[in-house]
Write a protein that binds this ligand. Structure first.
Ligand code: ADP
Length: 602
């Protein structure tokens, strides 16, 4: 399913077209500096400076340009990143007026994010009217936090009145890397205790116990917890009142101090970028050395705490720009974790080099009870998958067509040469009735098929004539005729057995061309795009008939503009599944994330 994913931030917007099944990026536009000097960068490296300023005008100027670039792509739904879902949303949600109102009401809790996310939604709805829009919330994954973890020790009445509690953020990333880790380890996420460390400009850590987030370091706002690029993370709240007293700071100034001037930037009195800090530390800068020590110490403290919360840990994951790219930070945070059963392999840690093709690397010793992993996070893909799952599960908005299933009875395709040998010189097939595939027909003519054991008196010829003879029969037919024919895709008749054909004007020995047709689905390139498959992919299909539903593995995809969407199975398969008229099939996903079970024909 091709989806538009919109991540609208305070000064930038990332807008991408992603195929949710295969994760391919089909197009993107990044809008930078929305408030001052907006410009767009496209995936083809084109850069456009925009005339307008501010979110509404900039998006209104940018969308038509992007839409023009992606007009050849069939987009089926739009997924929006929304930062705060409060206690209302614990999963991706279809956006309607009521949902928009709740997002707006939650602006109090996320004043820098929710109003802008909402603007993105409203403008995108103007340009993509007919398709579903889905909100994926940063907070949703942490909605499972137990009461004891999300409650602050403040007077109950105050917390209730102002909805003060731990909400947690970066949920999309924590959930994504935890699932990737489980899949990498061939385990069920419900059997694992995972600590995920998202270390980017913003940093947070989560304890994911058997699939549920049970603790996370960001709290009511994204300010609490780890040391971040410009945010302080945990501090003694007494410092605020003390500073107010001593420096007479206003609320706005305090907010700026904690959110924009602290963290790595404050500690180093310079950069908020970990790369600069590491570089300066290696040149002997003491403030930068201390910044790294405080950063790593805080994280190690949380790892210990979260292991205690879960009664142990099986996997520790590092992600985000720092977690994915810095061996030094991973080393400092995971050394001396032997007491937990986590033993870092320094060589492997040093050699981690994540990429799109290699998004996961293990850097613990094989004998380490706790696995240490670095995983490339992909929030946009996670939003795409959650959007696809929701759309797939809502019948009324699911744009993916059901695949009509047709049973093909035994039949034969003939070359003009064979036709003339059987029916006479210059003979032309006559149409009895058209077939569902365009320009194909069942002919009035039939031939006799003679095998070593038995004979079929009348086998229908399908027209028009082809370059090669090909008899397509079922396994049961093979036993009857006494021919052992392989399962083949249509047209691949090399090294197949033959048989004798007989028509009104004589007999022909067909040297090869008897096959048991490989079950397949015909589709147009547009269908293929909707299903996220390519010609000659092999997929699994669940067929829902009235009597029973059955899954057919190893179904071959055939794509051509000439085809009409239809799955073809032979009579044996039709009987096995008790297929009735009107039966349909769906391509099967391997997991709840709408990832298609798809392999390539060798
Ligand atoms: P965001 O939170 O904005 O998505 P990222 O996940 O891209 O940010 O992380 C940005 C952080 O990652 C910056 O502090 C940057 O310095 C850091 N980073 C990126 N590459 C490296 C590296 N090779 N070594 C250390 N830090 C790195």
């Amino acid at each position: 399913m091709n989806l538009l994913i919109i991540n609208c931030g305070s000064s930038s917007a990332k807008i991408e077209v992603i195929n949710s099944q295969n994760g391919k990026r089909l197009a993107f536009m990044n809008i930078e500096r929305i408030l001052e000097h907006p410009s767009i960068l496209f995936d083809d490296n084109e850069k456009i400076n925009l005339k307008s300023k501010g979110h509404i005008d900039v998006l209104n100027e940018a969308f038509p340009i992007f839409i023009n670039k992606i007009k050849h792509i069939n987009i089926l739904a739009v997924g929006h990143r929304v930062v705060h879902g409060g206690t209302h949303f614990d999963e991706a949600t279809l956006i309607n007026e009521e949902v928009e109102k709740i997002i707006d009401d939650l602006s109090d809790l996320a004043p820098l994010h929710n109003p802008i996310n909402l603007k993105g939604i409203q403008i995108a709805k103007k340009y993509f009217k007919e398709i579903p829009h889905v909100a994926v919330f940063d907070t949703a994954f942490h909605n499972t936090l137990p009461r004891r973890a999300k409650t602050y020790a403040l007077p109950h009445s105050i917390s209730q009145k102002y909805h003060i509690q731990r909400y947690g953020f970066h949920g999309t990333s924590h959930e994504y890397v935890a699932k990737e880790a489980a899949q990498y380890l061939s385990s069920d996420i419900e059997d694992l205790r995972i600590i995920t460390c998202h270390l980017g400009n913003g940093c947070s850590i989560a304890a994911i116990e058997y699939g549920r987030s049970v603790e996370t370091s960001m709290g009511m706002t994204p300010l609490e917890g780890l040391v971040m690029g410009t945010r302080s993370g945990d501090i003694d709240a007494g410092i605020l009142t003390y500073l107010q007293q001593k420096e007479g700071l206003s609320l706005k100034e305090l907010d700026k101090l904690l959110n924009k001037e602290s963290g790595l930037k404050g500690l180093s009195e310079g950069s908020s970028d970990m790369r600069d800090i590491i570089a300066r530390a290696s040149e002997g800068d003491d403030a930068c050395r201390l910044a790294i020590q405080v950063f790593a110490h805080r994280l190690r403290k949380y790892i210990g705490a979260y292991s205690a919360v879960m009664g142990g840990v099986d996997v520790i994951v590092f992600t985000g720009g720092i977690g994915e790219n810095s061996p030094m930070i991973r080393h400092r945070c995971t050394q001396r974790l032997d007491y937990l059963g986590a033993i870092i392999n320094e060589d492997k840690n040093h050699d981690v080099a994540l990429s799109i093709n290699q998004p996961i690397a293990e850097f613990s010793w094989n004998h380490s009870k706790v696995k240490l992993l670095a995983i490339k996070t992909d929030e946009q893909l996670s939003i795409a998958r959650q959007t696809a799952t929701l759309v797939n599960n809502h019948k009324e908005i699911n744009p993916i067509p059901a695949i009509p299933v047709a049973i093909s009875a035994r039949h034969i395709h003939l070359s003009q040469e064979t036709l003339e040998k059987l029916f006479g010189k210059g003979y032309e097939l006559t149409e009895k009735k058209p077939l569902s595939q365009p320009n194909q027909f069942a002919a009035n003519e039939t031939v006799k098929v003679i095998g070593p054991k038995n004979t079929f008196e009348t086998v229908r010829i399908l027209g028009p004539v082809r370059s090669k003879d090909q008899l397509e029969i079922s396994r049961t037919d093979e036993f009857f005729l006494g021919i052992d024919a392989p399962i083949r895709e249509s047209g691949k008749t090399e090294n197949t057995p033959g048989c004798i054909l007989e028509g009104p004007m004589g007999k022909v020995e067909m040297k090869e061309g008897v096959i048991c047709a490989w079950r397949h689905i015909h589709m147009t390139p547009k269908d293929a795009e909707i299903f996220g498959v390519e010609d000659r992919d092999i997929v699994d299909v669940k067929i829902n008939s009235e009597e029973r539903s059955l899954t057919f593995g190893n179904v071959l995809i055939r794509v051509s503009p000439k085809y009409k969407l239809e799955m073809h199975i032979d009579t044996d398969e039709g009987n096995a599944a008790e297929i009735q008229r009107g039966a349909t099939g769906v391509l099967l996903s391997t997991d709840s994330e709408a990832r298609l079970s798809r392999r390539k024909l060798k």
